[in-house]
Design a protein around this ligand. Structure first.
Ligand code: UDP
Ligand code: MG
Length: 334
């Protein structure tokens, strides 16, 4: 089943799923309603990111019973950024839409995105006008992150924009060439360029289940974003190192002058210790920041596949024709 290889669908909708069994029935319902309103053929690519609940079973069943749906099951939890990548790699549509499974990105907004795409924009991202059901802490830290990011990064990464977006196949082709390990998908799409535009929407609360992004993971994503798209932390280390050294030098001068001009000079090693400590601190900071980047180099040179597909359904004609479309052959993508 699925589309013959020659007939590519007009749209692909890519959805990463991680332990979302509670929202899936509602998600399918909303997607079906959305697809009725979309002109042109649509495929929905459901990527299971190593869920431990019943999500993969539900998704696979859907892909087998409905030719518009396709299923990719990753071999473990690779994280949302890589799950999205797996789906984007499999998408064949002329325009590809990325959205979350939890219906925080209302599917109806996709129709507006399509309108902009038809006007000729290659990337249409959705800017959150409001965000329902998010803690004040998350809103404040997100705002701070976007501010910092726009100050430090060389490419303009739009503020208050998540991964919910439509991407033309031309822009997607470039994205597919970018095989970096530490991914910040929204930043990568900003880097790609082309004609980009925004539409605004009110972000809903999660339809069911709970967020899969604890603070620790969010911090990691933020650091990834900063380090991948800016070398400002490295430059900051340099300036701070220079500042601290200059301070140490001036302080040394001050000590010498005091020694020469005044008699109530207190001999002691406190001053030495202060200078040494400052220098040590500066060194450590610099080393730490270099470590961040070297860690990344280390990660990149390993050239591991970004994700591993363990099974799939509805993906290709040949697969669907085989006795079991949930085949066990591991498909690897580098
Ligand atoms: N997700 C995923 N892998 C993960 C974490 C999340 O595929 O390791 C998916 C999740 O199922 C959802 C989307 O990424 O479709 C966004 O996650 P979530 O709604 O938990 O994030 P939030 O909206 O709270 O930022
Ligand atoms: Mg969510």
């Amino acid at each position: 089943m699925g589309f013959p290889v020659a007939a590519r669908p007009t749209y692909s909708i890519v959805i990463p799923v991680f332990n979302e069994q509670a929202v899936l029935p509602l998600l399918f319902h909303r997607l079906d309603r959305l697809m009725e309103q979309m002109h042109g053929t649509t495929e929905v690519i459901l990527v299971d990111d190593g869920s431990s609940d019943c999500s993969p079973i539900i998704l696979c069943a859907r892909a087998r019973s409905d030719p518009r749906y396709r299923f990719i099951g990753l071999s473990r939890n690779f994280g949302q950024q890589l799950a999205m990548t797996a789906g984007l790699d499999a998408a064949r549509g002329e325009a590809v839409i990325l959205m979350d499974a939890d219906l925080q990105d209302p599917p109806e907004v996709v129709l507006q995105m399509i309108g902009k795409w038809r006007e000729g924009f290659e990337i249409v991202y959705a800017r959150r006008k409001t965000r329902a059901g998010e803690s004040r802490f998350k809103l404040a830290t997100a705002a701070l992150f976007y501010k910092l990011m726009s100050k430090l990064s060389a490419v303009e990464i739009p503020q208050n924009v998540g991964d919910f977006r439509l991407v033309d196949h031309k822009a997607l082709a470039v994205f597919r060439e970018m095989r970096e390990q530490d991914r910040f998908v929204r930043g990568m799409f900003a880097w790609v360029g082309f004609r980009q535009t925004a539409i605004e929407f009110d972000r809903d609360e999660r339809a069911a289940g709970e967020t899969k992004w604890p603070v620790s993971k969010l911090i990691r994503l933020a650091i990834n974003g900063l380090v991948s798209f800016s070398d400002a932390p490295l430059r900051l280390a340099l300036w701070m190192g220079m500042g601290v050294s200059a301070f140490g030098f001036l302080y040394g001068l001050y000590v010498i002058v005091t020694r020469l001009v005044s008699s109530d000079y207190v001999p002691g090693w406190a001053s030495t210790i202060v200078v040494v400590a400052f220098l040590g601190g500066a060194n450590m900071m610099l080393t730490g920041i270099m470590g961040l980047y070297i860690g990344r180099i280390h990660n990149e040179v390993k050239r591991r596949p970004l994700y591993i597909v363990s099974r799939s359904a509805g993906l290709e004609e040949s697969e669907a024709a085989a006795p079991s479309s949930m085949d066990e052959r591991p498909a690897r993508r580098a």
